[in-house]
Design a protein around this ligand. Structure first.
Ligand code: PDD
Length: 282
């Protein structure tokens, strides 16, 4: 199990990070998860672009460009067998001798990456796909959910609330009862010939799977695709609900708060969407 830490590749047991790292003390950092199937990355450029935008947003200066990230990710995938891997990248602000909220100007970011095994690329198969049962919750996270921060306590607490009750994920709603996203996924609803997902703003992460899916649906499907506010009533009455993330791709939701969605079965539109995603993802 090879990892990358501050410019070097090493077995994971040898990777040491100071407890004074602000990633550990404050959750002061940005991360990414990039899927890689047999050495081929899905959405590599948009993933790195999002990482760079997140770093700029929190004022971490890191002179690692797209090509260098590609080298690091390719090396890591290769050293870990080039199977089906999630490449985790994390850049924290770095280590400081004192714990103080303001960050020093001269701090060196800590750059860490490792690879973890993921299931093979999902295929559009109604019988084999994992169907999700979700719980609805008020979204109690912060107001900068567009930043892929390593400070995930809000997401963790929401996910755990569902998990303890036997749910696979949660759907989060803001104070106006509008859908934001899931604890670790974006969300889509299908009603008739319309596929809708909440618009990008500070209430949700700009998911790369969301981005790719919107693009393939607009190019290759006959559905009307809308980025707009989605009410809780619309979610509960939808024909289909999906959640999307890098490792799941398009995942069908078959029940919400123990009530069936779309008859409690994986839908036809899901099948088309995952099929299109599979054909065009790389
Ligand atoms: N989760 N929303 C949240 C809050 C997420 O954490 C994620 C991803 C997504 C989907 O984004 P993408 O399609 O770029 O993976 C949406 C990652 C995989 C994680 O934390 O493990």
């Amino acid at each position: 199990n090879w990892v990358f830490l501050n410019g070097e590749y090493m077995p994971s047991e040898q990777a040491k990070i100071s407890p004074m790292d602000r990633g550990f003390l404050f959750g002061d950092g940005i991360y990414e998860v990039i899927p890689s199937y047999g050495g081929k990355f899905v959405g590599f450029e948009p993933h790195i672009l999002r990482l760079q935008q997140g770093l700029a947003e929190i004022e971490i200066n890191l002179p690692i460009g797209l090509q260098q990230w590609r080298d690091i990710c390719q090396q890591l995938a290769k050293k870990n067998g080039n199977g089906n891997l999630g490449i985790y990248l994390q850049v924290s602000r770095g280590t400081s001798p004192v714990r103080y909220h303001a960050y020093p100007d001269d701090i060196e970011p800590t750059v860490f990456a490792y690879a973890f095994e993921i299931p093979p690329a999902p295929v559009a198969d109604k019988e084999k796909v994992k169907a999700y049962r979700v719980k609805t919750l008020s979204d109690l996270r912060w107001q900068r959910c567009n930043i892929k921060s390593t400070a995930l306590l809000g997401n963790v607490m929401h996910f755990q609330t569902g998990y303890k009750e036997g749910f696979d994920e949660v759907l989060l709603f803001n104070q106006d009862n509008m859908l934001t996203e899931a604890a670790a996924c974006n969300a889509f609803v299908v009603t008739g010939k319309v596929i809708a997902t909440p618009p990008l703003d500070s209430q949700l992460l700009p998911g790369i799977t969301r981005l790719i899916l919107l693009d393939v649906l607009r190019q290759y499907s006959h559905f009307t695709v809308e980025e707009r506010s989605v009410s809780k009533a619309e979610v509960l009455n939808a024909d289909e609900v999906w959640i999307t993330s890098s490792t799941k791709q398009v995942a069908p939701v078959i029940s919400i708060d123990n009530n069936p969605v779309g008859g409690g079965r994986v839908g036809d539109v899901w099948h088309q969407a995952q099929q299109l995603f599979s054909e065009h993802q790389f």
